[in-house]
Write a protein that binds this ligand. Structure first.
Ligand code: ZN
Length: 454
């Protein structure tokens, strides 16, 4: 039996019953939280964290992660809009990725997420050329929880741009189905941490028939789906060209429900929102990426009002450019306040819930994780408050979200095990990543026929 005691810390639980516990303690035995509160019975444990200079949150949940893009950070010019960004830069780079570069990109991304307090994530768009089994194996070994989306497509297009996709990324859908089935039987449900999902490329890259096939398999296997949706106006033009809107179309082909996570949703309208709310479909909000690419501000306060399960995501290395959910929460707050011309539009509790409990709900694991409560899995992120940007410490949660970053994380526990302890990530070989990342990125750039843009 292993046990951990965090004592006398400021705890933000993401649980409505008791959102804040000042000078609180948490006792963990094996993989679960046994006790949490102001005064608890357990006084000792194998490992004790003194919480005097700490704020404790549920492990953060990132519902939109491109593992293939960790290695693309900084490679793509920071002044292009989505279609050009994809066509001229991201796709040529990803279309030249091989298994060895993907190995380092995956480890780099996992390293950054663990370092900044993320316990679980949804991985999007895993192409066969990346070496899917090795990707899943790396995620499993990292100790994190993840729903990993195998890419699937049958048209080399994007929205109403047919034939636009880079040749290196085009996949045969029958091969994708086979890979999905192999991965699913080998990994799905392993240790209650790994799930295999579908990641249809985008609308315009998947036929209606294939959407229906995916929905049927998902229902049969109780799997899940993640897909980019309504990110830019071109996406809406694609649907209106077919006389429909995203929500209506997806409902028609059966692609709505629990464990359906649609990413961005910047241009969704009220009818889309009502459909998503009534079917339990989730939206992943990625404000940095939407800002950097000039895509727009997702109307998430409206989505929340309609009852949509809105979660937080970072997107990838060339669009964010970090995988830090704390920084993402701040931008989510600011953008809603300014776009609504209302400082009361959204608050830190709502955003914290989006980044924890709502994320767990979107992955179908909210009974096990996403809030700090006795009986839940021990997925816990601890942050340092003994730093200039955290003082005075009367309102540490507000300080962490508005003034901190994920780099303030000192410890991360997932499933009762330390992935980061006392400032050091334990489950990824940092030196291996640092040794290879620069060299591999340079090799990938030249292999893709691209140059330094700055
Ligand atoms: Zn994305």
């Amino acid at each position: 039996m292993t046990s951990v005691l965090i004592k006398n810390a400021f705890i933000a639980t993401a649980d409505d019953e008791q959102p804040i516990i000042r000078e609180g303690s948490i006792y963990v035995e094996d993989d679960r939280i046994v006790e949490i509160g102001k005064s608890i019975q357990s006084k000792s444990a194998e490992y004790i964290i003194d919480g005097k200079d700490r704020i404790v949150l549920p492990g953060l949940i990132n519902t939109h992660v491109h593992l293939a893009q960790g290695i693309l950070r900084g490679l793509v010019p920071d002044n292009v809009s989505l279609i050009e960004w994809l066509r001229d830069w991201v796709w040529p780079l990803q279309g030249n990725l091989d298994e060895n570069i993907m190995d380092i990109s995956t480890k780099l991304t996992l390293l950054e997420m663990i370092n900044t307090g993320t316990s679980a994530f949804v991985a999007t768009s895993i192409n066969a050329r990346y070496g899917v089994n090795r990707v899943v194996e790396n995620v499993y070994r990292s100790g994190m929880r993840a729903a990993i989306g195998k890419q699937i497509m049958d048209i080399p297009g994007y929205a109403d741009h047919p034939q636009i996709l880079h040749a290196g990324l085009i996949e045969d859908y029958q091969l994708s189905l086979k890979i999905f089935n192999d991965l699913f039987s080998r990994w799905n449900g392993k240790d209650d941490r790994i799930w295999i999902w579908f990641s249809p490329r985008t609308p315009g890259a998947v036929s209606d028939e294939l959407f229906r096939t995916i929905a049927e398999i998902v229902r049969e296997k109780n799997s899940g789906v993640t897909m980019h949706l309504a990110e830019v106006r071109d996406d809406i033009r694609y649907f209106s060209g077919r006389g429909t809107i995203p929500g209506r179309f997806l409902k028609e082909v059966g692609m709505v429900g629990r464990k359906y996570v649609y990413v961005h949703g910047v241009w969704l309208n009220e009818e889309d929102m009502k459909i998503f709310a009534s079917t339990g479909t989730s939206v992943s909000h990625n404000p940095s990426s939407n800002s950097k690419l000039g895509s727009g501000i997702a109307p998430i306060t409206k989505m929340l009002k309609y009852g949509v399960n809105v979660t937080m995501g970072t997107d990838g290395g060339p669009s964010n450019d970090d995988y830090d959910i704390i920084r993402e929460m701040k931008l989510a707050l600011l953008l809603q306040k300014v776009s609504n011309l209302d400082p009361q539009a959204i608050d830190v509790f709502t955003v914290l819930k989006m980044a924890t409990y709502n994320g767990a709900k979107s992955m179908g694991i909210e009974k096990e994780t996403g809030k700090l409560k006795s009986g839940m899995k021990a997925d816990i992120a601890v942050f340092n408050t003994r730093a200039p940007h955290m003082f005075p410490r009367l309102q540490p949660l507000s300080n962490l979200i508005y003034s901190g970053t994920g780099n303030d994380c000192t410890d991360l526990i997932v499933d009762g095990k330390f992935l980061k302890k006392d400032g050091r990530v334990l489950t990824i070989n940092e030196e291996e990543v640092y040794e290879k990342a620069d060299e591999y990125a340079a090799e990938l750039l030249s292999r893709s026929g691209l140059k330094y843009w700055m």
